[in-house]
Design a protein around this ligand. Structure first.
Ligand code: TGC
Ligand code: FAD
Length: 405
């Protein structure tokens, strides 16, 4: 559990964060001034608040909860939701750029923002009543409340439609039973958006206040990835949830899946941030480190690695910027989002592995961010739909044949 003493013990290092963004195809020319300002504000926040503490948090598996206030002040929680609910009302590209910068800092920090915004606030906004929106959204936007999203179960991960968590009517309430697994932020959450089957077997979303009797959230320990993020279970034992907490405006798996489309979109941008950080570090290291009397960057094999890295980053930037414009126009399909999530996370993981090689032995230390990004990206490759699930989504989209059933 995260207590104040633990948070106060987080070490701040004075080491300079020398990251600079990479923009080989002048992508900045495609961005508005507002988009660039939002990106740069998050970049500064990461430099000042995340970089100095992240290695210590990662090593000791501490979720830097004190960052929540700063993230809220940046508008990182649900930035594209309306201002009426305490959000910034930005476009989707701005949201993406913010996720890119946060994941440049650490995938766990981006996770904190994308779960809160896309998986908790978005369903309440999209599928909730006005009363539910007013009750929860301002508090989630300001960071007063932490939210979590319960879809995955111990025996139902890639196939959430087989879930067994359920609600049964009892007077003015639903009785919720079941268990969710691998839930980001559940041990520290104030509120959970939980997906459960009703008595007709239809998947419904319900907002659960975490202090409800019969609700618990044991922490999952022993993660060797995403260590600066807190993960737990959600256990429901005859938890009595008022009927007014049901999200009335969606039924079926498309409810949680449409939230995932938003979050996967953010991950597509986020992965570019992690990749840029690895590339940036590898480029600098290879120019400064000499072997055989010249910089590593002067060897053809190193140049091959660096040239392939910046090529893949640039392709991902173009793909993702275009996806952002489709999102803003309301035209992006879930399959297009899947392609970008899958491509970009794999691209970032490949770059992290190559960057690790360029750093030689130093690459395995926490002097450099590489190994931390690499370990984090193993989770990112799996959550929000695994690498192979997204491949099958693309396969189904282009062939019209469903390989899942
Ligand atoms: P299927 O029959 O294909 O679809 C059911 C209904 O949903 C619709 N749909 C979508 N709607 C919106 N957005 C999407 N992305 C959608 N994908 C499908 C679909 O049109 C259909 O609608 P309708 O009206 O006909 O009912 O469902 P299926 O059971 O065959 O499953 C398909 C599959 C395998 C692709 C899906 O189950 C899937 O994506 N599985 C992966 C599970 C997953 O991604 N879990 C993520 C858990 S949350 C998480 O990881 C958070 S990490 C947080 C962090 O820290 O950042
Ligand atoms: P499985 O579904 O058991 O898959 C195992 C392997 O089998 C994978 O390689 C998969 O690709 C493959 N596979 C499965 N089906 C097929 C198929 N049809 N064809 C080919 N291969 C297949 N979930 C939430 O609901 N909320 C959260 O906040 C959340 N946060 C997470 C945080 C972390 C750190 C992690 C690790 C996970 C989180 N998840 C969360 C859960 C995550 O979404 C699941 O781990 C993911 O969907 C995969 O499910 P699984 O782990 O059960 O793997």
């Amino acid at each position: 559990m995260q207590n104040e003493e633990l948070l106060a013990s987080i070490k701040r290092v004075a080491k300079q964060d020398r990251f600079q963004g990479h923009d080989y195809y002048n992508m900045d020319e495609l961005l508005t001034d507002e988009q660039k300002m939002a990106r740069d504000a998050v970049r500064d926040f990461v430099r000042q608040e995340v970089s100095p503490i992240i290695e210590d948090c990662y090593e000791r598996a501490i979720y830097p909860r004190h960052l929540v206030k700063g993230l809220a002040d940046l508008g990182a929680f649900g930035p594209s939701l309306p201002q009426k609910y305490g959000c910034a009302g930005t476009d989707e590209t701005t949201y993406g750029l913010m996720m890119q910068e946060l994941e440049r800092g650490d995938s766990g920090v981006r996770s904190a923002a994308s779960v809160q915004g896309s998986l908790v606030m978005y369903p309440i906004y999209k599928f909730g009543t006005e009363e539910q929106r007013m009750k929860y959204l301002p508090k989630l936007a300001s960071g007063e409340f932490i939210g979590c999203f319960g879809l995955t179960e111990p025996d139902h991960g890639s196939d959430p439609s087989s879930m067994i968590t359920n609600i049964k009517e009892d007077g003015d309430a639903y009785i919720l039973n079941g268990a969710k697994m691998w839930i980001t932020n559940s041990p520290i959450a104030d509120v959970a958006v939980v997906w459960a089957k009703d008595e007709a077997g239809i998947i419904r979303g319900i907002i659960v206040d975490m202090d409800t009797k019969g609700v618990s959230a044991p922490e999952i320990h022993g993660k060797l990835s995403l260590r600066a993020s807190i993960t737990g279970e959600l256990v429901f034992e005859d938890a009595r949830i008022p009927k007014s907490q049901l999200l009335p405006n969606v039924q079926g798996l498309k409810g949680p899946l449409s939230c995932l489309s938003k979050a996967r979109y953010g991950i597509a941008w986020g992965a570019i941030g992690a990749a840029m950080d690895c590339y940036d570090s590898a480029l600098r290291y290879s120019l400064e480190r000499e072997q055989f009397g010249k910089p590593l960057a002067g060897f053809q094999l190193t140049q091959k690695k660096l040239a392939e890295m910046i090529t893949e980053i640039t392709k991902a930037q173009l793909l993702t910027w275009r996806l952002g414009t489709l999102m803003d126009a309301g035209k992006a399909t879930p399959a297009q989002v899947s392609m970008a999530k899958r491509n970009n996370v794999h691209m970032a993981l490949t770059i992290a592995r190559e960057a690790r090689q360029i750093h030689g032995g130093m690459g395995i230390t926490n002097e450099y961010p590489i190994m931390r990004h690499m370990m984090n990206l193993e989770t990112v490759l799996t959550y929000e739909g695994t690498h192979d699930i997204h491949l099958l989504i693309t396969g189904m989209d282009v062939t019209g044949l469903n390989a899942f059933k």
